[in-house]
Ligand binder design. Structure first.
Ligand SMILES: O=C1O[C@H](COP(=O)(O)O)[C@@H](O)[C@H](O)[C@H]1O
Length: 267
């Protein structure tokens, strides 16, 4: 699997901030401005949220920003790129963390908050059924969008946020797995994950690549090897984050420590 010379996705841009606090504040400002711009243009916007330390720190900064109500929260569709398949009130759940950091504090339309099902939800402890249900919800949203073709499996998300692990996972796509090779489904169940909790749900790389803008958010020296390898053109099967690209923009928003091993020619 490769993204080299793929005309349907964008080349990465890298923005390096001095430290993780500046990064979180700057990414929050960028997110507010981008969603407000999209809403001015189209009337509504969509965002795909991520879990992980930096993803949640950015939402926390959006909540704290005096500019946060530049976004019309009632005209925003909220999705997730991955979810830990645990009970709804488990602190590990990405949805719960996002609600605590931001969504519980802004007037989102709950009908437009599209969380992945929890393990105590309507499908019980069945990640296959939960993944299939999320895929169907995405396909239905794509069918109802003015700009989508009837064949679209997912909406053209306006902004899709991702984090990454030191071994190169992104969303819940881990290296050298069947899930990272998945070409047909938009959403997959993921079992036996090397990072706990072991069972998760994840968008696939083709679903991620349907986004207009993909933003990779990460900080710290522990991520520096993965960042450098991804920007150096690694194979997405062995380094999933290397395959995360947006149609219009792919932006790496990182701190100096995470940028420490980037080779000059790989930006
Ligand atoms: O488990 C997860 O981890 C990644 C990265 O998180 P980080 O805390 O190491 O930055 C995140 O992107 C993903 O959404 C989450 O489920």
């Amino acid at each position: 699997m490769s993204t080299a010379f793929d005309p349907t996705v964008s080349d990465p841009t890298v923005v390096v901030h001095p430290d993780q606090d500046v990064l979180a504040a700057a990414a929050a400002a960028r997110l507010i401005a981008t969603l407000a711009d999209v809403q001015a243009r189209k009337g509504s916007a969509s965002v795909v949220l991520t879990g992980g330390g930096m993803g949640i720190a950015v939402l926390d900064q959006v909540r704290r920003s005096p500019a946060r109500d530049a976004v019309d929260w009632s005209a925003l569709d909220v999705y997730w790129g991955d979810e830990r398949f645990v009970p709804a009130d488990d602190d590990e759940r990405n949805e719960k963390q996002a609600r605590t950091a931001l969504l519980d504090h802004v007037p989102v339309d709950e009908e437009r908050v599209h969380a992945m099902t929890a393990s105590d939800g309507p499908f019980g402890d069945d990640p296959d059924a939960a993944a299939a249900a999320y895929a169907e919800a995405l396909a239905a949203a794509a069918r109802s969008a003015d700009t989508a073709t009837s064949a679209a499996q997912v909406p053209s998300f306006d902004v899709l946020l991702l984090g990454l692990g030191g071994e190169g996972h992104t969303a819940s796509l881990f290296p050298d797995t069947a899930e990272v090779r998945e070409e047909r489904s938009a959403v997959v169940p993921v079992r036996d994950c090397p990072k706990p909790p072991p069972t998760r749900l994840s968008l696939t790389l083709p679903a991620i690549r349907a986004a207009e803008e993909v933003w990779l958010l990460t900080a710290g020296e522990a991520k520096a090897d993965a960042v450098a390898l991804a920007l150096g053109g690694a194979d997405p099967v062995s380094l999933p984050v290397a395959g995360a690209r947006g149609k219009q923009r792919t932006v790496w928003l990182i701190d100096r420590a995470a940028a420490g091993k980037i080779q000059p020619h790989s930006e």
